[in-house]
Ligand binder design. Structure first.
Ligand SMILES: [Mn+2]
Length: 314
């Protein structure tokens, strides 16, 4: 597994301290993560970054609720295990009880997965109102730091984690950051482009800058931050010889076997109105998928990228 200079920023001295801290937090998350064995008969599906709110004007998931319910019901019927990879709920701006009331149908479906032992909730930075390493649960459903997916036939691991652990400030200033978001940032959202901040992922998978739908200066700043964060996760993954599945940046990533890309997957997000992206593992294949309504209004699943599970580890 190599990290090439073209794809990932080199570690400049200024970032070295950041990387050390990021690695410590990822180590801790890894140690606290339960293990799940899977093989070529297993079916797993991942979604992340719904940021479910209270269906007010700041809740960008609301227009996607039916689409998300349709997709998740499909996976429930097909016997999939559902892994919610962080930022399912937007607790920086809202209280959980109100989100729970607004999204009763989503939580009913989560309970259905849970009743058949097919639900794993992973913590994201927006899932907690306090420090991210506090133990957490949603209505008796526990949240974990990550999930170590052990591929039994090859004996290799895939580490599924939200990814915010690699952020330079971590959540050291949560007591400032979250009230600031709740009472200040929230009210600027409707006046910003954030609702359609991300473009649809097809072109962006080839040329990453196209994933962000903002004026060039703003999008290059966002992409630079995302690359720095991913650089910290990747350098950890390289040291640990881990393959990684994460969310958090909202920017899809899927390795291209021909380009010898490192085994780094980002499942994207579900909070741009009109489409959602997720990751499936089924029948020994991994696929990045997009769900969207077609011209007749029917919901449709498209495979954006696909590879054999055995090809993940070079
Ligand atoms: Mn996040």
């Amino acid at each position: 597994m190599t990290v090439t200079q073209q794809t990932w920023p080199q570690t400049a001295p200024i970032w070295q301290n950041w990387h050390t801290q990021a690695h410590e937090r990822l180590d801790l998350a890894f140690r606290q993560s339960p293990h799940l064995h899977f093989d070529d008969t297993s079916r797993l599906v991942f979604f992340s970054d719904m940021h479910r709110g209270i269906k007010d004007r700041y809740d960008f998931f609301a227009p996607n609720e039916n689409l998300f319910l349709h997709a998740l019901s499909h996976y429930c019927q097909q016997g999939y295990i559902y892994i919610e990879l962080g930022d399912g709920d937007e607790l920086w701006y809202n209280d959980f009880a109100r989100i729970r009331r607004a999204y009763g149908r989503v939580f009913d479906l989560l309970r259905q997965f849970r009743a058949s032992h097919r639900l794993h909730l992973i913590v994201g930075n927006h899932d907690s109102q306090r420090s991210m390493f506090d133990p957490m649960e949603k209505e008796g459903m526990p949240l974990h730091q990550g999930l170590v997916l052990h591929h039994a036939p090859s004996g290799r691991n895939l580490f599924a984690v939200h990814g915010h652990q690699a952020h330079p400030k971590g959540d050291r200033y949560w007591w400032f950051q979250r009230p600031h978001s709740r009472y200040v940032v929230k009210y600027t959202l409707p006046f910003s482009a954030s609702r359609y901040y991300f473009s649809e992922p097809e072109d962006g998978l080839r040329q990453r800058q196209h994933l962000v739908n903002l004026p060039r200066r703003m999008s290059s700043r966002i992409l630079r931050l995302a690359h720095q964060l991913e650089g910290a996760i990747l350098s950890w993954a390289q040291q640990q010889r881990q393959a990684i599945i994460c969310g958090h940046t909202h920017l899809c990533a899927f390795p291209d076997a021909d380009q010898a890309d490192p085994p780094f997957f980002n499942i994207g997000h579900c909070s741009t109105p009109g489409y959602i992206t997720g990751l499936e593992i089924a029948g020994g294949e991994m696929a990045l998928v997009k769900w969207k309504a077609n011209d007749t209004g029917a919901y449709q699943r498209t495979v954006l990228r696909q590879m054999a599970v055995t090809a993940v580890w070079p």
